[in-house]
Design a protein around this ligand. Structure first.
Ligand SMILES: C[S@@+](CC[C@H](N)C(=O)[O-])C[C@H]1O[C@@H](n2cnc3c(N)ncnc32)[C@H](O)[C@@H]1O
Length: 213
């Protein structure tokens, strides 16, 4: 989830969305250097207090040249300003209404540098396991979430990786910002088509998939 931070040179700007109890936060803090800025957006006040007390205040004292800002607010309207090189998102989208998921991704892409990277994850097989115990509406919601994830990955040169070392096993998804997605498409020979026609087709498909959601 945090691997790409180390490969960026110069002062980095990193955003973590939904840090919760802070497992990714700890890994991010270990990678930060003087001049970097790290912002966290967490909706839950108790998690915010805990993150501040257990991780952030001590880190700020030890690393006064790293700018660390915690926003206790929903990412949809948190007072954060981009652009960020990397966004690490721990939100459990399979529990979210599809409309909120789309709103959150729109906000995150608006905050991401065109050459940046957005990473999120889900537990492997979660939709397959949840489907049978959900009603018809619940299954339709999971289907829309799955379709939206696929359309994001098509449009943003998504890469996925199964992490068996995690318990339960998880899948990480890396999405590229606008420029990085275009560069990736042209390197892979799908160049102009992926950068323009295919992006348009993907948004058309996404609109069709989510009509009425
Ligand atoms: C799966 S949990 C935490 C993940 C974290 N990696 C962990 O293991 O503790 C997701 C977190 O996102 C937060 N969250 C949910 N909706 C949010 C939103 N709209 N904006 C910001 N944070 C949100 C929750 O409060 C929760 O702490």
């Amino acid at each position: 989830m945090t691997a790409s931070i180390g490969s960026i040179s110069g002062p980095r700007r990193v955003l973590e969305v939904g840090p919760g109890t802070g497992p990714f936060t700890k890994a991010i803090l270990r990678k930060l250097r003087a001049g970097d800025r790290f912002e966290l957006v967490e909706i839950n006040e108790n998690f915010c207090k805990n993150l501040e007390k257990e991780l952030l205040s001590g880190f700020r004292t030890r690393h006064p040249n790293v700018d660390v800002r915690l926003h206790c607010a929903p990412i949809e309207d948190a007072a954060v300003e981009g652009p960020f090189d990397v966004i690490v998102c721990g939100l459990p989208f399979n529990n979210f209404p599809p409309k909120l998921m789309r709103q959150i991704f729109r906000r995150m892409f608006a905050l991401l540098k065109p050459e940046g990277e957005l990473v999120y994850f889900e537990y492997a097989g979660v939709r397959v396991m949840k489907g049978p115990v959900m009603g018809r509406d619940g299954r339709a919601r999971l289907k829309r979430i799955d379709a939206y994830g696929k359309s994001l990955r098509r449009r943003h040169a998504g890469e996925k990786e199964l992490v068996l070392g995690n318990f339960p096993p998880a899948i990480t998804y890396r999405l590229k910002g606008e420029h990085a997605a275009k560069a990736h498409a042209s390197r892979n020979g799908t160049g102009k088509k992926s950068a323009s026609t295919s992006a348009k087709a993907a948004s058309k498909r996404a609109r069709r998939d989510y009509r009425g959601a």
